[in-house]
Design a protein around this ligand. Sequence first.
Ligand SMILES: [Zn+2]
Ligand SMILES: [Zn+2]
Length: 181
Amino acid sequence: MNFSHYSDRPVALAVDLVNTLQTGEDTIGEPAQFEAFINEYRDMWEDVATLPEPAELGKVHRLRESLRSVFESPDHATASDRINKILNDYGAIPRVSVHNGEPHLHFEPAQGNLICWLGAITAMGLATVLIEHGMERFGVCNAGDCEDVFVDSSRNRSRLHCSTTCSTREAVASYRRRQAE
Ligand SMILES: [Zn+2]
Ligand SMILES: [Zn+2]
């Protein structure tokens, strides 16, 4: 049963947003870049929010930092505190919405601020992962030169890397190290 929108796509959006900053390179450093990024998810927000002012981009960057801190949490209590702080900071409030014909839950404030929507929906997505699957599912890439986060959906929670690109590169590197010894 799908009670709300708070399942796979909000989690993917949270991961994608955190990973827009990679070793100093910011792919949403300019308002136009953020607009292109969030337009990929337009179907999720166009009925309930409008694009922020360019001057508000710093708030998106702060949200991105807060979301990363959830992935880097050392334990469940810390992860819960960090998620709750995001829900609070972005004004998440549960309400029933019928904008697409069927009653379902929304958590963003009703004023239509896209940054609040973004904070509420990504934090709710991560809350769902934490509650249903545990924080062991939150991961940061193990590759030396990659800081990307991911949600581990492997059966035995054994995932170490953000992508097959990183796991392949690391496997090649460790093979070469063994050969050199
Ligand atoms: Zn809705
Ligand atoms: Zn990686």
